[in-house]
Ligand binder design. Structure first.
Ligand code: HEM
Length: 367
């Protein structure tokens, strides 16, 4: 909570928590995904891929982070990197990210200290933006910050400026860090699996061929038809365990399998104990997207066997958005380009998915 803010959505309970979720879902819920985000995501994916084409190498995690940050920050705070006086806002998150899983020693020089400084810098920018926006005359287009300001004016809930700023911070961070890891992991697995890559490419080429104009925009129906892509995404997220742990506080004694977890305990849930369990997933360390053909994909994004997006009341509110971004990116990639792994690509899976030497690729036009 020190890292994400004491007023962060993850620390809220009950009806206020529900209210915050419903606000976020106005942006990342199915209706807005279909009508607004689908278009935004493909426009930025196409532009990013085209710009990578002329570069000798691309570090994928960083490049996709920047791409995803543009999509999210545009709708959250109308952020446009090219016209921003603050420099690359997403770069300001870097120090923050470095110390995310560090020992919490707040002394200059430690990773945790840098992390907290990174947070301070981003919060300063967000605070300035909020103050400016409150004074601004009516604007033409509406973003998530405007929704939050309207909500603040209504004063119906516990909402205050600190909650609003912490929510913006979390959404900016959660949006790009996790999804870019998902894309990088998917491409890393596909690089070693030509059969899966071929089936994926065929799925997307078929979608393109069925259109009157092959270059027209991806429709919602097309997106929903991407079955093998969805298997690839689930498999990459199962193995990647991007959110390595989740925390819960026990509010009443829990009796389970002959044990009692006493009230007041704090629990750390480790999703990989399900994701890598050989009785649930045969040969669990193998990348095998076909395994999802025979098993129901988790309804609503989660089950006891698949917890990449958590579950229950705190199920990730960005799950559908993240899956859509990965699928659309893959579509834009495999229909027009191919890639060559150049350097790095070593994946460290614990304590959280990391690519210590990055994953450098060269993007080439499709043969
Ligand atoms: C592959 C991408 C993603 C993964 C693996 C992921 C994973 C998770 C997990 C495991 C949780 C539950 C944490 C818990 O139960 O304690 C969570 C919650 C959350 N996620 Fe995501 N996430 C992803 C993408 C996103 C995106 C794109 C957004 C929004 C832009 C987002 C926003 C949130 C928020 C706001 C919560 C807190 C929900 C609550 O407390 O009610 N996530 N995410």
């Amino acid at each position: 909570m020190r890292i994400l803010g004491a007023d962060c959505i993850i620390a809220t309970l009950g009806s206020f928590h529900k209210h915050l979720r419903s606000l976020v879902l106005r942006l990342f819920g199915p209706e807005n995904l279909r009508l607004v985000m689908l278009h935004d995501v493909q426009r930025i994916a196409h532009a990013s891929l085209l710009s990578w084409l002329h570069q000798p190498r691309i570090e994928l995690k960083q490049a996709t982070s920047s791409m995803i940050f543009s999509v999210t920050a545009k709708r959250l705070i109308s952020y446009d990197e090219s016209s921003s006086s603050e420099g690359k806002l997403w770069m300001q998150f870097n120090a923050f990210l470095q110390g995310l899983l560090a020992f919490p020693l707040y002394i200059p020089g430690t990773a945790f200290y840098r992390c907290m400084q990174g947070r301070k810098n981003v919060m300063k920018i967000l605070r300035k933006l909020l103050d400016e926006r409150k004074k601004a005359a009516h604007r033409g287009s509406i973003d998530f910050l405007d929704l939050l300001i309207d909500d603040l004016k209504e004063k119906k809930h516990l909402m205050n400026e600190n909650f609003a700023l912490d929510l913006l911070f979390l959404l900016l961070f959660a949006g790009f860090e996790t999804t870019s890891s998902g894309i990088t992991a998917a491409l890393r697995f596909l690089s070693d699996d030509p059969k899966a890559l071929q089936e994926l490419t065929e799925e997307h080429d078929n979608i393109r061929e069925r259109r009157d104009d092959p270059d027209s925009e991806i429709t919602w129906e097309e997106y929903k038809s991407m079955k093998f892509t969805s298997h690839v995404i689930h498999e990459a997220l199962r193995l990647g365990n991007i959110a390595p742990v989740m925390f819960r506080k026990v509010i009443e004694d829990v009796h389970i399998k002959g044990y009692t977890i006493p009230k007041g305990s704090k629990i750390m849930i480790n999703p990989s104990s399900a994701h890598l369990n050989p009785t649930i997933y045969k040969d669990p360390n193998e990348f095998n997207p076909w395994r999802w053909k025979d098993r129901a994909e988790p309804v609503g994004g989660a089950s006891k066997e698949f917890m990449a997006f958590g579950g229950g009341l705190r199920l990730c509110v960005g799950a559908d958005f993240a899956k859509m971004q990965i699928a659309i990116f893959l579509h834009c990639l495999v229909t027009k380009y191919r890639w060559k792994a150049i350097k790095g690509g070593t994946m460290v899976l614990s304590p959280g998915l990391q690519f210590p030497d990055g994953f450098h690729i060269q993007l080439l036009p499709k043969a």
